[in-house]
Design a protein around this ligand. Structure first.
Ligand SMILES: NC(=O)c1ccc[n+]([C@@H]2O[C@H](COP(=O)([O-])OP(=O)(O)OC[C@H]3O[C@@H](n4cnc5c(N)ncnc54)[C@H](O)[C@@H]3O)[C@@H](O)[C@H]2O)c1
Ligand SMILES: O=P([O-])([O-])O[C@@H]1[C@@H](O)[C@H](O)[C@@H](O)[C@H](O)[C@@H]1O
Length: 544
């Protein structure tokens, strides 16, 4: 039975409507395997894979496998808060202004003419997916990605967070120098009322050149249980003050140096909690935030490249079933790389060297001008082609991979408008070479802000999706996905995965994963693009 559910969950003031949050569904699935109730979408989904075994003589045996899963989606769209660590930074202030501008439907004048608020760069809000094929015309029917499941609308997000800098969000927006003055004027009043909560600051983890910003601090310069409890209280208070159903936390603060993994200190959940209680110097602010969020049941996403999720933090998230995700927003140069190298290699072209250089003049660049912080970024930017290379044994011998360098320079003059220069050098047919040079001017924060939104929307959606194997009918309850949310990888340079699970960086595969898991939740198979209806002889030809 199908019960269409009505429109926006909140009125224009952002308040939940009388009948409680619900969402508009653009489509319903007509299938015996999918049922809708007021509160849930239930689907029975047959997951088809191919299991491969290798025989003694090196041959493969491929066996099709089918596993039937029951998925359950909570249709009730909650009231959600997004708390950003580093809220007063370029990304934090820009994403906040962007959501306000969209919520109010703002337009503003620029030298090139009038501009309107949009969510371009967000997969959820700015892209579509193929729902299926028009029964009459045989043409693709595409729908906004956001409409595949009852997701939160970013206009309804309540934004807050912490910053070690005391500037309010209007002053932070001015400091960031990202947005047009005409737009800033329209959101200034609202932004000026937003003041970051004080935060923890352990100087050794970020560049010394960040010290001048640190005037909004919780006392204590190293990890301690009090810091964890204070952050938990901040989350709790923010949730209560805004009548929120849940809070998602993201780290968009400075890139930290890597923390050393020390047995007995951060290798297990128990040791990590003890190390924090003991004030161990090697516990970073981002790991303290992660621990606080995990204990508070607030999903925590790391938008920076450092190894926030030390083994003890991952184990703690698994013990508590709190989602974590990371690392490092994949916004410009690396996103391009994860698509271009995938295209080259899958086209049988062999990249043999990749040179990635960029310079930028924002505070992120200033922090990255310090070697230890740059090293964190160099790691996250360097591993992004590994899976694509390893997948092609025709081009690459075992262990062979392209030369790959990453260079980042701080050039204050260009501000947030990062200049990325890449050269891809590849072997082609009969000893030839192809050289691809890209000059990519990335407005870094305008590229990262939509990712922050997508990370909130997808993470929150995943908290309302549960599964169980149909064969366990009556024997098992529904479960959440693994607490390490690798489904977020499309938005991240260095995806964190559960122990032993391979990392997939190929952009097309990452998007396909996101698309098809969401489709499965409404009982729809992946769109294979076979479009046999276009290719087989003697097809019924429809008009149009
Ligand atoms: N395109 C992008 O902008 C992009 C892409 C990928 C990753 N990132 C990462 O996102 C992060 C933020 O980027 P940004 O351009 O907004 O940087 P930013 O320097 O403008 O903002 C970082 C903010 O974090 C604050 N901060 C630092 N340590 C803190 C702490 N312990 N607690 C609370 N606040 C703290 C700083 O005061 C600053 O306001 C950086 O780590 C960057 O590497 C950015
Ligand atoms: O996402 P991307 O464009 O590959 O990588 C970017 C780097 O090139 C840039 O130097 C850094 O400041 C940004 O934080 C971001 O990480």
């Amino acid at each position: 039975m199908v019960i269409p559910v009505n429109v926006r969950p909140f009125d224009d003031g952002g308040n939940a409507t009388a009948n409680g949050p619900s969402s508009r569904e653009l489509f319903t699935v007509n299938s015996p395997n999918v049922t809708y109730t007021d509160s849930e979408i239930r689907s029975k989904y047959t997951y088809r894979t191919t299991s491969v075994n290798q025989t003694a003589d090196g041959k493969y045996v491929a066996t099709p496998r089918e596993t039937v899963y029951d998925f359950k989606v909570d249709r009730k769209v909650p009231k959600v808060g997004a708390m950003l660590v580093g809220w007063g930074g370029n990304n934090g202030s820009t994403v906040t202004a962007g959501i306000i501008a969209n919520r109010r439907g703002l337009t503003w004048e620029t030298r090139e003419g009038q501009r309107s608020a949009n969510y371009y760069g967000s997969v959820m809000m700015g892209s579509t997916m193929k729902l299926g094929t028009d029964a009459k015309t045989l043409k693709d029917v595409n729908i906004p990605f956001h409409d595949v499941l009852p997701m939160v609308h970013p206009n309804d997000l309540v934004i807050g967070g912490w910053d070690m800098s005391s500037l309010n969000l209007a002053a932070s927006m001015d400091r960031a120098a990202v947005l047009e003055p005409t737009l800033k004027a329209l959101v200034r009043k609202e932004m000026a009322e937003m003041v970051p909560l004080p935060s923890i600051y352990y100087p050794d983890f970020i560049a010394a050149n960040q010290k001048d910003r640190a005037d909004n601090l919780i006392s204590g310069s190293k990890a301690c249980t009090e810091h964890v409890e204070r952050i938990r209280m901040d989350i709790c208070d923010f949730k209560a003050a805004n009548s929120l159903d849940k809070v998602i936390v993201q780290w968009t603060a400075n890139t930290e140096r890597y923390a050393e993994i020390i047995p007995g200190v951060n290798d297990t959940a128990e040791n990590l909690l003890k190390a924090i209680a003991d004030g161990h110097e090697e516990i970073s602010p981002s790991t303290v935030f992660a621990v606080a969020c995990i204990l508070e049941g607030a999903p925590f996403i790391n938008g920076s490249p450092q190894n926030t999720f030390v083994p003890g933090a991952i184990q703690l998230s698994e013990q508590h079933g709190t989602f974590i995700g990371g690392d490092d927003f994949k916004s410009g140069q690396t996103k391009m790389k994860s698509a271009l190298v995938d295209f080259l290699i899958s086209a049988g072209i062999k990249p043999t060297s990749i040179a990635s250089y960029n310079h930028l003049g924002n505070n992120d660049g200033k922090n990255l001008s310090s070697q230890k912080q740059f090293r964190s970024k160099e790691i996250s930017k360097s591993n992004v082609v590994d899976d694509m290379v390893e997948a092609n044994s025709v081009l690459y011998a075992p262990g062979e991979h392209p030369d790959h360098i990453v260079v980042i320079k701080y050039m204050p003059a260009v501000g947030d408008s990062k200049r990325a220069l890449d050269e891809y050098y590849a072997e082609i047919f009969m000893g030839g070479h192809q050289t691809i040079s890209i000059f990519n001017v990335c407005e870094d924060s305008l590229l990262a802000s939509p990712l922050i939104i997508d990370l909130v929307l997808v993470t929150e959606m995943m908290t309302r999706i549960q599964w169980k194997a149909s064969s366990a009918e009556g024997k098992e309850d529904f479960k959440s996905f693994h607490s390490v949310l690798s489904i977020l990888s499309y938005m991240l340079k260095a995806p964190v995965t559960p122990a032993g699970i391979p990392v997939i960086n190929a952009l097309a595969k990452q998007r396909s994963c996101l698309t098809n898991i969401f489709r499965a939740c409404v009982g729809l198979d992946p769109e294979s693009d076979m479009t046999l209806e276009h290719r087989l002889a003697d097809l019924p030809r429809s008009p149009g």
